[in-house]
Design a protein around this ligand. Structure first.
Ligand code: F6P
Length: 356
């Protein structure tokens, strides 16, 4: 058996743990040859692959990033290198040439959509859900999320003490694209006073009222804002900025905008911190190592059983799998019920439009 493996989209803590689990399981249990595909789908387009040895995948469990490299714009159905040409047939041909029985693809919603289309063309694929954003359908968790939340929480802990010492409003901007999962979880874990999510449009006036009320009592305020948070009045439609701005202009958009707007309403000093890619770098947490290893082992079982066209998933604490078509082109934002439950646990915290 010959199996290709690739990592698509942005990097994420735990990718190497999955690669290790997939490769070791397949090598040991099926005697499979594992082919590492470099830089995501770009490696299939540009014919850059290498056989992975047992040694290549040893000692990488705790290492951040991906030993295979990744490329977040490499799409065989619209290849940027040839003016958006569809090169999917070449990709399929190359996989056949290599004699791959299956490709295991680690990625987010974009990667899963590509996987679904390649599967429809007859290429056997097994997907593994990856993203710090935790916004994939059909899985309760993606690996990388816990690490991102842990890093953002640590940042909030540190902003609490410096914010308190200087009686300042401290704004932390987290990643997460269109979903507020990282901001919500880190905001609660880090005791933020205001948490702004894409799922609840906010107004600057209401945030300012919270800051003012706290200024009168505790004299400092911690705001945790998701990069996709959107102002209700449409003055700051961050979603559009995310879609239309070239990187890295997007990062720091909402925190810095909010700082400028708030300073029109309150007299406190305001400081911003944009965590950016710090949330994605470095070693995965223990939780993410376990989840990534479980996902990788499960993916290898699917390959061994020839259950292709599926993505591994965690549902209600159980490892399972779902059809790729159930996840392709879909994202999972924070549902109102999750916000309600978590809000109840977060005493004194304001979500989106704040109610003090
Ligand atoms: O999807 C993961 C993510 O880190 C998002 O949270 C963020 O918006 C985006 O990727 C950043 O992408 P890039 O690495 O292209 O700047």
């Amino acid at each position: 058996m010959k199996v290709g493996i690739l990592t698509g989209g942005g990097d994420c803590p735990g990718l190497n743990a999955v690669i290790r689990a997939v490769a070791k399981s397949l090598m040991l249990q099926c005697g499979a040859t594992v082919i590492g595909i470099e830089d995501g789908f770009l490696g299939l387009i540009e014919r850059r692959t290498r056989e992975l040895s047992y040694k290549d995948v040893s000692g990488i469990l705790s290492r951040g990033g991906t030993i295979l490299g990744t490329h977040n714009k490499a799409n065989p159905f619209a290849y940027f290198g040839r003016d958006g040409e569809d090169v999917s047939a070449e990709v399929k041909g190359y996989c056949d040439e290599l004699g791959l029985d299956c490709v295991v693809a680690l990625g987010g919603d974009g990667t899963m959509s590509i996987c679904h289309r390649l599967q429809q063309m007859g290429l056997n694929i097994v997907g593994v859900p990856k993203t710090i954003d935790n916004d994939l359908m059909q899985t309760d968790r993606t690996f990388g999320f816990d690490t991102a939340v842990t890093i953002a929480t640590d940042a909030l802990d540190r902003l609490q003490t410096t914010g308190q010492s200087h009686s300042r409003v401290m704004i932390l901007e987290t990643m997460g694209r269109y979903a507020g999962w990282i901001a919500l979880h880190a905001g609660i874990a880090g005791g933020a006073d205001v948490i702004l999510l894409p799922e609840i449009p906010f107004t600057v006036e209401e945030v300012a009222r919270v800051c003012q009320a706290r200024e009168d009592r505790q004299r400092f305020t911690i705001i945790c804002v998701a990069e996709g948070a959107t102002a209700e009045d449409g003055k700051m439609v961050v979603r559009e900025r995310i879609d239309n701005s070239p990187d890295p202009l997007r990062l720091g958009g909402v925190a810095n905008w909010l700082k400028a707007e708030l300073s029109e309403h309150i007299s406190s000093e305001i400081r911003t911190v944009v965590l950016g890619h710090v949330q994605r770098g470095g070693p995965p947490t223990a939780y993410d190592r376990v989840l990534a290893t479980s996902f990788g082992t499960m993916a290898a079982s699917l390959v061994a059983r020839k259950e292709f066209g599926r993505m591994v998933a965690l549902q209600e604490q159980r490892m399972t799998s779902v059809a790729l078509e159930e996840v392709a082109n879909l994202t999972r934002t924070v549902p109102p019920d999750a916000m309600g439950v978590l809000a109840a646990a977060a005493v004194g915290t304001s979500f989106g439009a704040p109610k003090m």
